[in-house]
Structure formats: structure tokens, C-alpha cells
Write a protein that binds this ligand. Structure first.
Ligand code: RP5
Length: 165
């Protein structure tokens, strides 16, 4: 897991998180940002987490997007073991609708930051966009693609509402 693979690592605690996290992958793909998606569970595969996080920088990753649900330790534990920017996505849980995930991820103690996004799909998309914005600081072509993506989004908004259905 330490070979140079992509600029963004998308890690998630479970296969069940992929329904949410695929939106991060899709958004990065739209922007032409290289990324790799991996299942890394803080609870079930702690050695995999250790190996990933301690080797992420050497592997060439520049940003980590980490999604998890429930007792969502993954983003914080990853941030504890790498100085790369880590963006956390709270996955919507069945029991508490992702409130547990959100609070688990956002309430990091001072000194070990996790940039925390919204619960669910919106958070996954925005994690990808903010990861792209970080990379765009040193990549003018990507900066152009990001501006174009945002302009296209703006263009889709009609001035006047119309009846639906
Ligand atoms: C977390 O527990 C995962 O991130 C996932 O959101 C949640 C449920 O995992 P599974 O039981 O579906 O594997 O660790």
C-alpha cells in the first residue's frame, strides 16, 4: 500500500460506506484528479489503518478523504498518523442518522485536525471539491477545471422557478 498511486486517497471504514463515498470518487473523476479508494477499518483492520496512514505521504498521496459511520474513528486516527490534510465525511448511520458519525469526526482535540464535511452524499462531494481545491493551489490546469466545474454548476441554476410534476 506504499506504492505511488494517486493524489487523493479515499478511505472508508466498510464496504457499506461506498454508497456514500463513491460520490467523492465520482467528483474527483469529473475533475480529472487521480484517486484511489480503499476500505480501511479503524476497528476491524487496525493494522491496515496503521500501515496506510504512516505510509500515505511516502506513497505520494497529497490529501486523504476519510469516510466512516457510527463510532467513526477512522478520520481522526488517520490524522493522528499523517500530516497530510485529512477531510472527514460522516456517513449516515441507521441508528442516529449520522449525528453520531458527525460528532465523532468533528470533535477532534486541538492539534490533530480533521476538516469535517456534511453528513452523507453532500459531504462526500464537498470533500472531493475541497481536496481538489487544495491540489489546485499548485496545479494551474486543475484550478481551471475546478473553476469550469463551478461555472457549470452556476449555469444550471434557473432564474425563475417552474412548477414540478
Ligand atoms: C463503521 O461502521 C463504518 O464506517 C460503517 O459506516 C459502519 C458500519 O459498518 P458495517 O457494519 O456495515 O461494516 O466502521
Amino acid at each position: 500500500m506504499t506504492d505511488r498511486q494517486a493524489d487523493v486517497a479515499i478511505i472508508m471504514g466498510s464496504q457499506s460506506d461506498w454508497t456514500t463515498m463513491r460520490h467523492a470518487a465520482d467528483t474527483l473523476a469529473e475533475l480529472g484528479v487521480s484517486h484511489k479508494s480503499l476500505i480501511v477499518s479503524a476497528h476491524r483492520t487496525p493494522q491496515r489503518l496503521y500501515d496506510f496512514a504512516t505510509g500515505a505521504k511516502a506513497a505520494g498521496y497529497k490529501v486523504v478523504v476519510a469516510g466512516a459511520g457510527g463510532a467513526a474513528h477512522l478520520p481522526g486516527m488517520a490524522a493522528a498518523m499523517t500530516s497530510l490534510p485529512v477531510f472527514g465525511v460522516p456517513v449516515e448511520s441507521k441508528a442516529l442518522s449520522g449525528q453520531d458519525s458527525l460528532l465523532s469526526i468533528v470533535q477532534m482535540p486541538a492539534g490533530v485536525p480533521v476538516g469535517t464535511l456534511a453528513i452523507g452524499k453532500a459531504g462526500a462531494i464537498n470533500a472531493a471539491l475541497i481536496a481538489a481545491a487544495v491540489l489546485a493551489l499548485t496545479d494551474a490546469e486543475l484550478a481551471g477545471r475546478l473553476e469550469a466545474w463551478r461555472a457549470a454548476q452556476t449555469d444550471k441554476v434557473a432564474l425563475e422557478p417552474k412548477d414540478e410534476g
